[in-house]
Ligand binder design. Structure first.
Ligand SMILES: Nc1ncnc2c1ncn2[C@@H]1O[C@H](COP(=O)(O)OP(=O)(O)OP(=O)(O)O)[C@@H](O)[C@H]1O
Ligand SMILES: [Mg+2]
Length: 250
C-alpha cells in the first residue's frame, strides 16, 4: 500500500484537481481510494451528485465502519467523502485529533486490509493539526504550484514545515515531486517563472492550463471520462505513472 498527499499551504493551485484525476488514472491498474480530507469537501461535490450517507469524520469517530463510509466511484476507484456543508471533519480535528495523532495510520492500515493499493489524500491549504496528522501517515507528498511570483517562497515554507514534521515524528515523508500546474506557454511571465521551477532540486511535472479540467468538474466527472483527448491528459498520465513507480518501490 502506498499513500500520497497533494499539499501546500496555498489555495487554488490544483490540489483537488490533480488528486482526483490522478487517482482516476491510477485506478486503471491498481485498487485506489481517494480521501477527501478537506473540510471544504471539494472532491466530494465534484464526484458525487447526491449527498452521501456518511463522511470521513464518521469513520474516524466510529460513527460508521470503514466499509460503510466508502463510496464506489468506478470499478477500481473508491472515495471517502467529506460534507462541505455541515460536515464534522473540522470539529473532529479541533476537538479529538489531538488525542489520536496516528489515526490516519490506522485508517491506512484498515484500507490496506480491504485491498487498497493506492491511497490519495486531498488536503485543504492549511497546516493545522489535521494536515500534519495526515502528512505523517503518508509515504510521499506532492506539491502543486502555479507559475506565480510567490510560489518559490511557498515551497520553501512548506519544505521547512515538512522537515520539522519528519524530525518531530521520526518520519521520512518523501517530497521530491512538484507540479507546475496551469502553465500557459504563451505567457512570457509563466515561462520565466517556469524556468525558476526547473532550478529546484526536485522532479518537475508540468500540467498545462486546460479549461476542460474545470468543465469536467461541473459535470461531476474526471477529465478521463469527460474528455479523453483533453490537452492535460498526457501530463496527468506522466504524474500518475510517477506515483505508480513510487508505489512499486514502497
Ligand atoms: N491545469 C488547469 N487548467 C485550468 N484550470 C485548472 C487547472 N487545474 C486546476 N484548475 C482549476 O483551478 C481551480 C482551483 O483548482 P483546485 O480546486 O483543484 O485547487 P486547490 O488547490 O485544491 O484549491 P483549495 O486550496 O481551495 O483546495 C478550479 O476551478 C480548477 O478547475
Ligand atoms: Mg482543494
Amino acid at each position: 500500500m502506498h499513500s500520497t498527499a497533494f499539499h501546500i499551504q496555498k489555495g487554488g493551485v490544483g490540489k483537488s484537481t490533480l488528486s482526483g484525476n490522478v487517482a482516476w488514472k491510477l485506478s486503471e491498474h491498481q485498487k485506489t481510494i481517494l480521501i477527501d480530507a478537506d473540510p471544504q469537501g471539494n472532491i466530494s461535490s465534484w464526484f458525487l451528485s447526491e449527498p452521501p450517507q456518511y463522511e470521513l469524520a464518521d469513520i474516524l469517530t466510529g460513527g460508521c465502519s470503514t466499509e460503510d463510509g466508502i463510496i464506489q466511484l468506478s470499478n477500481q476507484l473508491s472515495l471517502i467523502p467529506t460534507f462541505g456543508l455541515d460536515g464534522s471533519l473540522k470539529q473532529y480535528a479541533e476537538n479529538t485529533l489531538n488525542d489520536e495523532p496516528f489515526i490516519f495510520e490506522d485508517l491506512n492500515e484498515a484500507l490496506s486490509r480491504l485491498g487498497y493499493e493506492i491511497i490519495i489524500y486531498d488536503l485543504s491549504p492549511g497546516m493545522s493539526r489535521l494536515e500534519k496528522c495526515i502528512l505523517i501517515a503518508t509515504d510521499e507528498v506532492i506539491t502543486p504550484l502555479t507559475p506565480e511570483y510567490f510560489s518559490i517562497d511557498g515551497i520553501t515554507i512548506f519544505r521547512n514545515e515538512l522537515t520539522k514534521l519528519n524530525k518531530n515524528f521520526r518520519k521520512d515523508i518523501k517530497h521530491n515531486k512538484v507540479v507546475c500546474n496551469m502553465l500557459n506557454r504563451s505567457f512570457r511571465r509563466h515561462l520565466s517563472l517556469y524556468s525558476e521551477f526547473t532550478r529546484m532540486d526536485m522532479q518537475l511535472f508540468t500540467i498545462p492550463q486546460d479549461s476542460r479540467l474545470a468543465e469536467s468538474q461541473l459535470h461531476h466527472q474526471s477529465i478521463y471520462t469527460y474528455d479523453p483527448v483533453a490537452k492535460s491528459i498526457t501530463a496527468l498520465n506522466a504524474l500518475a505513472d510517477a506515483i505508480k513507480a513510487e508505489s512499486n518501490g514502497s
